[in-house]
Design a protein around this ligand. Structure first.
Ligand code: COS
Length: 379
């Protein structure tokens, strides 16, 4: 067993850290406050290869492994979780889904541009009445011969107004249940596709989250991913990898908050000494560091499973369940270490605390992760 990162891993980690410090940190507070999408920063992330990290270079990607992806996600998320969710969705849901299950034509047409970050994608599964219960799709894709007629509404879609390509899950044959669901590639300018208002969120406020409306959108048959009825399995398989991305995001939010807490504890004085000299603070830091290290190991284990073609459903779910809990607990404690300063925006930890919450909700709630894990245990 070898816990050593390779030279390449360390280089990716350093590049992501450098990018986050120089390009994402400036303006992150303002973007959060004004719900401003980090458009320029995402463009640069594409140029640096962060938007299609694991995609085969022949489709414009970085050809990197999932371990590199986890390391980069952690560094980006330490500073700006709004940027890292864009990165996670584009990499693990959209690019991975297309590369793994798409046709050669779909890859040439869409993946090559998504992997370079020239355009970004969105993954559309959730609906007003279908989140955890993902088989209850109300959006319909009626088979009309050479096209599907798409009707319905999707909710809480990351990259909702900035994406150019949307992977939409819809029901074609209700009688067949989850085997009657399809995944369709919808282009932004297809007639009948409308973008709803932006959600005003607690956290990751820089990311653009929208509902989407489809009214008689004609989606050509060649835009279906996989065989007829493959849509639900497509969604499940894609989300299994997506969870490694969100777990790493949670890890980054936690480690970002921890680093700020350590820095502050060494600077701030109370009762005549730095607060880091008080055991009350030392114990908090010790708990944070231990939990973060455990979360990091779970994330890397899931990535390693993916890289070695082992089953990563359970390890990815465990990583997300645990890292998101650690993100929530660590950020709350980081605010506490900062005292009153933690409650104001300039010190960043209150934003990280707000950003942490979503990691326990999206791409499968913590309760869903427990279902996935326990089913694997009891197989
Ligand atoms: N990869 C490939 N196929 C998978 C899969 C995976 N990871 N997980 C399940 N499937 C397949 C199953 O094999 C089954 O196919 P067959 O009937 O042909 O054998 C099919 O999908 C249905 O699986 P299952 O019966 O387990 O589905 P359930 O309705 O019981 O749902 C949960 C299982 C709850 C785990 C699932 O609905 C889920 O993950 N929900 C959360 C969705 C989510 O993350 N929502 C957030 C929105 S995205 S931000």
């Amino acid at each position: 067993m070898n816990f050593q990162l390779t030279e390449e891993h360390l280089a990716v980690q350093a590049a992501a850290r450098e990018f986050a410090q120089t390009e994402l940190l400036p303006g992150v507070i303002e973007r959060d406050e004004h719900q401003k999408f980090p458009a320029e920063q995402i463009k640069k992330m594409g140029e640096l290869g962060f938007m299609g990290m694991m995609v085969d270079p022949k489709y414009g990607g970085g050809g990197m492994d999932a371990v590199s992806y986890v390391l980069a996600m952690e560094e980006i998320s330490k500073i700006d979780a709004s940027a890292s969710v864009v990165m996670s969705v584009n990499n693990s849901l959209v690019c991975w889904g297309l590369e793994t299950f798409g046709t050669e034509e779909q890859k040439q047409k869409y993946l090559t541009r998504l992997a370079t970050g020239e355009i970004i994608g969105a993954f559309c599964l959730s609906e007003p009445e279908a989140g955890s219960d993902a088989t209850s799709q109300r959006t319909t894709a009626e088979d009309k011969g050479d096209y599907y007629l798409l009707n319905g509404t999707k909710n809480w879609i990351t990259n909702g107004s900035t994406a150019s390509v949307y992977l939409v899950i819809a029901q074609t044959d209700v009688e067949k249940g989850h085997r009657g669901i399809n995944a369709l590639i919808v282009e932004r300018d297809m007639e009948g596709f409308a973008i709803g208002p932006k959600e005003n969120k607690l956290g990751i406020r820089g990311s653009d989250t929208h509902s989407l409306m489809f009214t008689d959108v004609k989606v050509p048959k060649e835009n279906r991913i996989g065989d007829d009825g493959f849509g639900f399995k497509f969604a499940m398989a894609t989300l299994a990898g997506g969870r490694i991305g969100i777990a790493s995001q949670a890890l980054g939010i936690a480690s970002g908050a921890y680093e700020l807490a350590v820095k502050y504890a060494k600077e701030r004085k109370a009762f005549g000494v730095e607060i880091a000299k008080h055991q009350a603070i030392q114990f908090k830091l010790a708990d944070m560091a231990t939990n973060i290290e455990a979360a990091r190991l779970l994330c890397l284990q899931a990535a390693y499973d993916k890289d070695t073609h082992a089953d990563y459903g359970k390890s990815g779910a465990m990583a997300k369940l645990f890292a998101s809990k650690v993100a929530m607990e660590t950020t709350v404690e980081a605010v506490q270490v900062h005292g009153g300063y933690g409650f104001v925006k300039e010190y960043h930890v209150e934003r990280l605390m707000r950003d942490a919450k979503i990691t326990q909700i999206y791409e499968g709630t913590s309760e869903i992760q427990k279902i996935v894990i326990s089913r694997e245990l009891l197989k």
